[in-house]
Design a protein around this ligand. Sequence first.
Ligand SMILES: [Zn+2]
Length: 327
Amino acid sequence: MTAAPLSPPSVAPMFGPYGVPALRHADRFVDLGADSVWFHGFDSEAFELCARHEIRACVEFPTFRADLDAQPELTPIGVDGLPIRHGDLVQGVCLSRREFLAEVEDRLVAGLSRYQPAGVWLDYLSGAGWFETPEPDLQESCFCADCLADFGAATGIDTSPAQIVARHGEAWTAHQCDRVARFGAHYSALIRDALPGCVVGAYMCPWTPDEYGGALRRVFAQDHALLAPSIDVFTPLVYATKSGRPASWGREVLEASADFVPADRVVQLIGDALDGPAALREMADASRPSWGLQVFSGFQLFEDEELGDAFRATATLLRERLAAAGG
Ligand SMILES: [Zn+2]
């Protein structure tokens, strides 16, 4: 039997840095107003430090992420029949590559059997691309023979990639979103069954459904409504400087999310230390409060006094507001 979705208000909201280097300052978390840390993979040293300092350990678990230069066979195929353009940054794999997906699942199961994270945040649970830039190179995928056959079996539509994009765009997008959501449901069930009470989060493309021609669903195949039964906490990556956005972006994303994130799910931002204290302070003012807060490159919260002060103030305000709202 699969455990029921967690009701996030039953868990205290989670605040803290992203990244193992922040644990150099594990003895200063309380002073910062942090109670959690997020780190890459099932890292035994990080778990040990968290246990010693009573910090909630959260794993960022990569799903559809691979080095496409080392494993070119995983590269999704574009509408032109060629592997999609990718440099070092574009992530995402063809979802018909079963061996790779079996390895991902094995890694998750092994980690869950060995450690007891307070949360697991699924990363790159999405279609292929890269959004941490002002000028994204957006390509629809994957049109390999296996993925086309999967689409045909599900929809009865059997035609060329160009015709699919031109005439069956919504059916194609819906199918990609459904595929990603089914993987999300599977990973989430593994987590909830192994560790009841473990928060299941997902890192999300931070765009609204209307931006960049609907790329949130069309390219990244992330549909909040489809993912909602599996995901307790949606975490949009609001890296303002990298994305060419203003310091107010995190607040704006939170407020816009009320229109497309189901009301019984929560949104928790991950900001970027690079964006400075002003961006952190703005996050406290959103009409829909962030359910906790992560900060990428989070060791800087301990090494830059003004940044640390902004985090502490924002965490205090958000805790008050969430408590007042019954969270
Ligand atoms: Zn494919």
